[in-house]
Design a protein around this ligand. Structure first.
Ligand code: BTN
Length: 338
């Protein structure tokens, strides 16, 4: 077991160096001196990685270059791509789980540390907000839940959902899609949902025990993978940009960005997150229909406040503060109305 682990670590290190090299070749000599291994040992590790589905090009006198990473989401694929200090440093990978949130919650309850992440290829009981299901077919998308142990009072924990929405939207934009945040934390492309966030909290009145931050992103799903009733409201990054998405690259970019935002949030507070959320949101400035557990009303979505609640100006000119619910954009009223 120990030998297996150290082999894996050597392979992760090689992948890390190759990933850092990007399009460039990394010489066999550089790899062997960095790892303290013979050139033959480096070559054997490269062969082992090829056997696991990595495409690594070798050129005489130039070295090795990473061309393709297998479409898997285990520690081996993800670790070399991460620049995080905590997030994703321990990965609990599963082919199938009920819900990554449920499992992460149990692990956190049993002592999992800040930054540990549960990733699954498939969820059989993926959970969405407000008791809805999250459709989670195997091998196509990204489903993960991170255990966070932030130094925050419980009433500030909901801010973490907005932190995640900001990171997610930025990474989707950098991946070639015009993504926006729809309050509170749906991420959309072309008005269709591409990702969702579900945060769950364990706390006592004065103290957060832990937060489970669950994120589902439709990466490579095609319309046929969505149930009929979702086809007109859901999309994926691959549909939007017309190209398959390398999932490990996307997941690592997201975790790297998420940790940067989590750090900034912890160090400087909510203001920068709120500002960025507003820049990335499609909800503000829209006439919306608000649905909460208790009621429905219409109004103009004007702002979010310093705790992330939506501020909606109603017909009588008063401001309603919405902490939880759904919003639906209303068509602008056409003058002379039809
Ligand atoms: C929403 O309704 O918008 C939130 C969806 C959150 C889905 C993710 S998938 C990974 C994690 N595990 C779950 O069961 N749910 C979240």
């Amino acid at each position: 077991m120990a030998a297996e682990t150290s082999e894996q670590t050597q392979e992760e290190l090689i992948l890390g160096f190759l990933a850092d090299g990007g399009e460039d070749f990394t010489s066999g000599e550089a790899l062997s001196s960095k790892l303290g291994l013979s050139r033959t040992a480096v070559w054997k590790h490269v062969e082992a990685l090829r056997g696991k589905g990595y495409r690594i090009e070798a050129a005489p006198a130039r070295g090795y270059r990473l061309v393709e990473v297998p479409d898997r989401l285990t520690q081996l694929e993800l670790s070399p791509l991460l620049s995080t200090h905590d997030l994703g440093r321990a990965i609990h990978f599963h082919e199938t789980v009920g819900s990554t949130n449920e499992l992460a919650f149990r692990l956190a309850h049993d002592g999992a540390e800040h930054g540990e992440v549960v990733v699954a290829e498939q969820q059989t009981a993926g959970k969405g907000r407000r008791g809805r299901a999250w459709i989670s077919p195997p091998g196509l998308n990204l489903y993960f839940s991170a255990v966070l142990r932030p130094e925050l009072p419980p009433q500030r924990a909901p801010e973490l959902t907005l932190v995640a929405a900001v990171a997610l939207t930025e990474v989707l934009r950098e991946s070639g899609a015009e993504a926006f945040i729809k309050w509170p934390n749906d991420v959309q492309i072309d008005g269709l949902k591409v990702a969702g966030i579900l945060t769950e909290l364990s706390a006592e009145p004065e103290r957060v025990h832990f937060v489970v931050l669950g994120v589902g992103v439709n990466l490579n799903a095609q319309p046929g993978h969505f149930p009929e009733e979702l086809r007109s409201t859901a999309t994926s990054l691959a549909i939007a940009r017309g190209q398959r998405v390398p999932r490990a690259l996307f997941a690592a970019a997201l975790w790297n960005r998420l940790e940067e935002w989590l750090d900034l949030h912890l160090e400087t507070g909510f203001a920068a997150v709120r500002q960025r959320w507003k820049e990335l949101s499609s909800t503000l400035g829209q006439e919306v229909l608000v649905r909460t557990d208790r009621r429905e009303f219409q109004g103009l979505a004007e702002d979010i406040d310093t705790s992330g609640a939506l501020l909606v100006r109603t017909k009588d000119g008063s401001i309603e503060r919405v902490l939880a619910g759904d919003v639906e954009r209303l068509r602008p009223q056409v003058a002379g109305g039809r």
